[in-house]
Design a binder for this molecule. Structure first.
Ligand code: PPE
Length: 311
């Protein structure tokens, strides 16, 4: 990981190496934390955070779902993030806000433990590789099912829930694939270990619905809007596993990964085994949106104010 100079922790900017917690931090033991993954891009308008408020709103909702009161408002976290990026002099970066139950109380009842908040930002390249983004990746359907709504809260982006993604990711990597695709508790296609999934067949874009235990991805929402603006039909419906193999094109979307074509699943070539035309088209517009090149999606960008210089 590429270090930055400063991290924001409980209202203060502190040196990267000082951003530490006690080993008896509640969240470290029980996974009682919620987080976000956000990216900022170097655009012609300046450094711009992509769909910043939407991400912070989701952070607040994730916290609420796990009964964690966040001692800061969305506006405060947004301003803190701006300052963090500016002070670290990052032109583009990945941003990781984390709200977690801190030190002071052990045992499963968490409501007496403090709630700590940290925001880190650092340079993070293509999550599934530059080659993955251009040529597509090979994925494997995981033997691990995505956590279901009867045991956890798929809609929350909660730290403990990621043990599920970690198992799937390790399995796929050890088997020689770049990403795992998880099915939901009913055996329908759900999502990647850290990305939502789209399946293109006969020119129509399909993606699993909210009821399929997906994380309500912000890139997913953006992709759906872009695809529709491009005149494509987008259908949210349950997808059978075989529909992955029978697809003309498959792609993944996520903040860290951005938009990544899938060229092979379980050793079946998808379409021609190279990124298809719909994927290419949506990917190009999505990238334009991220980098502020698309006028139509400018409202998705939260430009980081340039700090006023003091003499
Ligand atoms: N599903 C999961 C399980 C998930 O973790 C992510 C984001 C998504 C879908 C896509 O959501 P969105 O980023 O809002 O479009 N995964 C984050 C964490 C990745 C990591 O390895 O850490 C991310 O992409 O930042």
């Amino acid at each position: 990981m590429e270090q930055a100079d400063l991290i924001w922790m409980n209202g203060e900017l502190i040196p990267w190496e000082d951003a530490k917690v006690h080993v008896l931090t509640h969240g470290l033991h029980y996974g009682t934390g919620v987080f976000e993954g956000i990216r900022a891009y170097d655009t012609e308008l300046g450094t711009a955070v992509f769909r910043h408020t939407e991400h912070l709103d989701r952070l607040m909702r994730s916290a609420q779902l796990y009964y964690m009161p966040v001692p800061y408002s969305v506006e405060e976290l947004r301003a803190a993030t701006h300052e963090l990026i500016a002070r670290n002099e990052l032109a583009s970066c990945y941003i990781r806000p984390l709200v977690f139950r801190g030190y002071g109380q052990m045992g499963l009842f968490p409501l007496d433990a403090p709630v700590d908040v940290a925001i880190a930002a650092w340079s993070w390249g293509a999550y599934l590789g530059d080659e993955g983004k251009s040529k597509g990746i090979r994925a494997k359907v995981s033997s691990w099912r995505r956590i279901g709504p009867d045991s956890m809260i798929p809609h929350a982006k909660a730290s403990g829930q990621y043990l599920n993604s970690v198992l799937a990711k390790i399995e796929s990597q050890k088997a020689g694939y770049e990403e795992a695709i998880l099915l939901d508790d009913l055996g329908h296609v759900c999502e990647g270990s850290g990305e939502n999934i789209f399946v293109v067949r006969d020119g129509v874009v399909h993606t699993p619905p909210q009821t399929a235990s997906i994380l309500d991805g912000i890139s997913r929402r953006s992709v759906i809007e872009i695809a529709r603006d491009e005149g494509l039909e987008v259908v949210e419906r349950d997808l059978a596993r075989a529909e992955l193999y029978l697809a003309d094109e498959v792609f993944l979307s996520g903040t860290a990964a951005e938009l990544v074509p899938v060229r092979e699943i379980d050793d079946h070539a998808i379409g021609e085994g190279i990124p298809g035309p719909v994927t290419r088209r949506v990917q190009a517009v999505f990238e334009d949106a991220l980098y502020g090149r698309a006028e139509r999606y400018r409202s998705w960008l939260d430009v980081v104010p340039v700090p006023s210089r003091t003499a």
